[in-house]
Ligand binder design. Structure first.
Ligand code: G3P
Ligand code: CA
Length: 384
């Protein structure tokens, strides 16, 4: 399917310094995983062996449960998602927890806890001013007194039934859950783990990558054939991780006109539009195995919100040996391209199967979706 599919990029020092040599176990402090560790999660396997299109449960099964909860992850796995996604942020005492952002105002009941009222504050995160409560101001024990809730109750009222049912999971809990489920199923449970705001947290002394690498090593998921992808919108985070551990890295790409926050801080003028050119993709392929572009970079929409003509990104990325895991497919009309909306209710489901099919036809390797069950059926239809 791709050129250079078996290429193993050399391990690099952080931030584009010289290549040090071919990646190998034992380099950069990485040691071979004990056999017992491999068995804990049901063995190893290459990401190239995953079914394609690969269905990635976005924040679990966030179309049906409050996102980033063990309930959401469990449902996505039970629905047949091939990979389950976690977004990671740190606590004050350095634990990694699963939240889409460090501002927990919208996805927990923190506002209803008078004992934490004084922690409400205003911060600038990646250049955006935010007022609320932030994970880095809470210890893990404090965070564990909160309960998760639905992020978008106006769109997903049914999910509010589950508000308060689960806590904010630590990543270590998720690793243990994946091991348990892997043993039960006799195969590894694949994870897709994103570092959120890595430069921001590094400046606070809460670097994400070392903490993540340590957990991955502890749980035998640090190898090239471990059942985990590592993703970030900041390329330097993927480079840093590539120096520490060997699982496949995926560089996330937002809108064409945007710049990764680490580029902005470093004065790197390149935009996402530069990164999706062959030269930019070649640079990404020197330290990563894939890209995670917004779906609009695969098929842009016209002024009316309908899908237009696919770009050459799939072909160009594959030419560099990169897989593509674009984001995010959701079943509700309000989130679908205009040509796949049905009826006037923005929160009713549109023709999600039709939209999945059109995206799959571009040749993408996988897709993030809030609706794992729909994605699994659509992928099976596509494979025929
Ligand atoms: O990580 C893939 C996709 O989840 C990126 O978007 O904002 O949902 O993390 P976001
Ligand atoms: Ca994500």
């Amino acid at each position: 399917m791709t050129q250079g599919a078996d290429r193993t990029p050399g391990r690099r020092t952080v931030l584009g310094a010289a290549v040090l040599g071919t990646a190998a176990l034992g380099v950069g402090g990485v040691t071979a995983a004990p056999a017992a560790a491999a068995e804990r999660h049901g063995g190893h396997g290459s990401y190239r062996d995953l079914p394609t299109p690969t269905i990635i449960g976005h924040r679990g099964a966030s179309g049906y449960r409050p996102e980033h909860t063990l309930g959401s992850y469990q449902l996505a796995l039970d629905m047949g998602a091939h990979v389950i996604e976690q977004d990671l942020v740190p606590t004050k005492d350095g634990h990694l927890v699963c939240r889409h952002e460090n501002d927990i105002t919208g996805t927990t009941d923190v506002a209803a806890h008078p004992e934490f009222a004084s922690r409400k504050t205003t911060k600038s995160v990646d250049g955006v001013s935010l007022t609320g409560w932030f994970t880095e101001d809470f210890t893990l024990a404090e965070l564990k007194t909160l309960r998760a809730k639905e992020r978008i109750p106006a769109n997903r009222q049914e999910n509010t039934l589950y508000d308060g049912r689960w806590t904010v999971p630590s990543f270590e809990e998720v690793l243990r859950w994946a091991e348990k489920e892997g043993r039960k199923r006799g195969r590894p449970v694949w994870l897709h783990v994103e570092t959120k705001h890595p430069s921001y947290f590094r400046a606070l002394g809460l670097g994400l990558e070392e903490r993540l690498a340590k957990l991955l090593r502890r749980h035998g998921r640090h190898r090239a054939d471990s059942a985990v992808f590592l993703q970030s919108f900041e390329p330097s985070s993927i480079q840093r991780l590539a120096d520490l551990v060997d699982p496949p890295g995926v560089v996330l790409l937002s809108g064409a006109g945007s710049r990764p926050w680490d580029f902005i801080e470093a004065g790197d003028p390149r935009t996402v539009a530069d990164l999706v050119k062959p030269e930019g993709l070649k640079w990404i392929a020197s330290y990563a195995k894939g890209i995670g572009p917004t779906l609009d970079l695969i098929i842009p929409k016209d002024a009316s919100g309908k899908l237009g003509t696919p770009t050459t990104l799939v072909r160009d990325a594959h030419a560099q040996g990169l897989i593509l895991h674009p984001y995010t497919m959701r079943n509700e009309n309000t989130f679908l391209p205009a040509d796949f909306r049905r009826g006037g209710d923005p929160n009713a489901y549109g023709d999600a199967f039709g939209a999945f099919k059109v995206y799959f036809e571009t040749g993408i390797d996988g897709i993030f979706t809030d609706n794992a069950d729909t994605g699994v059926l659509a992928a099976a239809d596509f494979r025929g």
